[in-house]
Write a protein that binds this ligand. Structure first.
Ligand SMILES: [Zn+2]
Ligand SMILES: [Zn+2]
Ligand SMILES: [Zn+2]
Length: 355
């Protein structure tokens, strides 16, 4: 029978164990990516997008919707209203393009999805932007940060970057923030501190089976390549003395950042992502197609004489528009609070109506 002190020691040990377990649990909750309650991706009614894409894939992973006969796939969506065009994205995925936000949103709940066992979702890049913020105190949980952070764009989610250290996962002071809309705010605020928001560049995908890029090993059909010697075996079975990269033939690991091919891929990844952000950040309404302008042009003949001189080719020669643009730039230059595209647009429209 254990003595009293032994019993105490056991109890203390148990309590300590429970405490360690509890804090690990706390951490997994604390640093779990937080997404606004009840949030699901949808297009907003006031969206100025020219098209509203929706991705569709099969709910069963072995069925490749993108490889099916388009005529067969079209039949699935016979009852769906407002499809403007369909596109194949890859073996698994197709994209349906709608011209109306509501038609795209309605499609997400369409019964054909249940009937044919399909999953439909709005691509993140169409309705969200992800920013990175540095030097955020590690004490705060993602949920707390979500409640305390503020910016000119609506915040949808907060995720803290974590790093694996031996068997532990430790929090870093960098977080990523998901914003609603297609513009990234310049700054975000936390407890009266202003932080710069950087564009999030997703990591470059490199396959651990064939060492090539932009796909994962799980779906890779290529033969196994050793990341150390480029031979046809797993790197754990490698007996080679010298390194040889399977992508460029150089004397380094195939996963090394010093590989010129990988470096070029990383740079391309960065640039193409920055380009997407730049294009989508322009929040002004898209220009109508030439046919629509023609129609408008004829209609306006019937309306007022003033509308006649607004068309594609002579917008810049139009004194009214040019003066509105110049006045808007002057207003922005003189103002401290016109920072968002919506504010600039507001100022521009105000000047346009004045002249
Ligand atoms: Zn591969
Ligand atoms: Zn090898
Ligand atoms: Zn290389």
């Amino acid at each position: 029978m254990p003595s009293d002190s032994d019993g105490d020691a056991h109890e203390r040990l148990d309590r300590k164990k429970r405490k360690v377990q509890k804090s690990a649990e706390d951490d997994s909750v604390k640093y779990k990516p937080y997404i606004k309650a009840g949030y699901s991706r949808a297009y907003t009614d006031n969206s100025t997008n020219a098209e509203f894409p929706v991705f569709v894939e099969s709910s069963e992973p072995e069925i490749k919707l993108g490889n099916k006969n388009p005529l067969v796939v079209s039949k699935y969506f016979k009852q769906v209203k407002g499809i403007y065009e369909s596109r194949r994205i890859n073996a698994n995925k197709i994209m349906l393009v709608f011209k109306q936000a509501t038609a795209a949103n309605d499609f997400l709940k369409h019964e054909c999805l249940t009937v044919y066992n399909l999953r439909a979702f709005i691509p993140a890049s169409s309705v969200e932007r992800v920013g990175v913020v540095r030097f955020i105190p590690k004490e705060s949980s993602n949920h707390e940060l979500f409640n305390k952070l503020s910016s000119e764009c609506e915040i949808i989610g907060v995720r803290r970057f974590m790093k694996k250290v031996v068997d532990d996962v430790v929090p870093l002071s960098t977080i990523s923030v998901i914003f609603a809309g297609t513009t990234l705010p310049q700054y975000i605020y936390l407890d009266n501190w202003r932080y710069k928001v950087y564009t999030y560049i997703p990591p470059l995908m490199q396959c651990f089976k064939c060492m090539r890029f932009n796909h994962y090993g799980k779906i890779c059909k290529n033969i196994q390549v050793c990341s150390r010697c480029a031979g046809e075996h797993h790197y754990k079975a490698c007996t080679a003395d010298t390194l040889k990269c399977s992508n460029c033939g150089g004397a380094h690991l195939a996963i090394s950042k010093t590989c010129p091919i990988k470096a070029a891929r990383l740079e391309k990844n960065k640039q193409s992502y920055a380009k997407v952000i730049e294009i989508n950040s322009v929040n002004f309404p898209t220009l109508p197609k030439p046919q629509q302008i023609q129609q408008k042009f004829h209609q306006s003949k019937l309306d007022t004489q003033e509308n006649l001189d607004i068309s594609y080719s002579n917008i810049i020669n139009n004194k009214k528009i040019l003066s509105a643009i110049i006045n808007t730039l002057v207003t922005i230059g003189n103002s401290n609070d016109i920072k968002s595209t919506s504010k600039i647009k507001e100022a521009f429209l105000k000047h346009l109506n004045k002249v």
